[in-house]
Design a protein around this ligand. Structure first.
Ligand SMILES: C[S@@+](CC[C@H](N)C(=O)[O-])C[C@H]1O[C@@H](n2cnc3c(N)ncnc32)[C@H](O)[C@@H]1O
Length: 215
């Protein structure tokens, strides 16, 4: 991995941290109240690739807990690409102390089809946060609608679904699809610091949106 790539990835992740705070602003108390009742905070990262955002996500939920709360933050990542999952496991797998705050994070990853999670009953359906970074609706709307459906099913009653998108149009299509499938859009924010990529109109975490399940 080149130094430039590492530096860009790190900057992208810092901007993602900011965007997560921005989309949850005004909604943190609801998430916090819910976390206070749980033995552990749970995150499901669908189509996670190498899940370079694992620490950002576990820190994000840890920061929403009450100060001093040492309970576990657990992340499960799924992707169809075995090589990416192996990389994620190597880098982030297992239990580790959270840096600079009390508590522990535990990450595990598996290779699998995120549109068919019903076969994985062990996952349960009580995730506090389901996350999809750079969802890919354009690249197979049917599969992605199935993935969104699974994402909403895996959310606990007051859990939150957060997606990020590379493109304006793809984001818009995803927002519409998720709302059709039973998601209630809380907020969608454009990332003013998004890093432009070579393809015109494509940039990193260009849009970030947060949903809850419609009652
Ligand atoms: C645009 S990439 C985003 C990867 C990663 N989240 C990121 O931001 O770098 C889309 C990802 O979706 C994964 N994917 C596509 N279809 C999938 C499926 N049915 N189940 C799980 N992962 C899938 C791909 O393997 C790929 O890693």
């Amino acid at each position: 991995m080149s130094d430039r790539f590492k530096a860009e990835t790190e900057e992208d992740l810092q901007r993602l941290r900011k965007m997560l705070r921005k989309v949850t602003s005004g909604d943190e108390q609801a998430v916090r109240r819910r976390l206070a009742k749980k033995d552990e905070a749970r995150i499901l990262d669908l189509a996670c690739g190498d899940c370079r955002e694992a620490e950002v996500l576990t820190d994000f939920l840890a920061d929403l807990k009450e100060p001093g709360d040492e309970r576990l933050v657990k992340l499960t990542g799924v992707d169809v690409r075995a090589r990416e999952i192996a990389d994620a496991n190597l880098r982030f797998g297992g239990k580790k102390k959270l840096q600079g705050k009390p508590g522990t994070r535990e990450c595990d990853f598996f290779t699998g089809d995120a549109s068919k999670l019903d076969g994985h009953e062990e996952l349960g359906e009580d995730f506090d946060l389901v996350f999809m970074r750079h969802q890919n609706y354009w690249n197979g709307a049917k599969t992605w609608e199935e993935i969104y459906d699974q994402a909403l099913n895996k959310l606990d009653e007051d859990g939150r679904l957060i997606i990020t998108s590379y493109f304006d149009k793809e984001h818009q299509l995803a927002l519409e699809a998720i709302q059709r499938l039973g998601g209630e859009l809380i907020k969608s924010e454009f990332n003013p610091e998004t890093r432009e990529l070579i393809t015109e109109g494509k940039s990193v975490d260009r849009h970030v949106a947060i949903f809850k399940r419609k009652k």
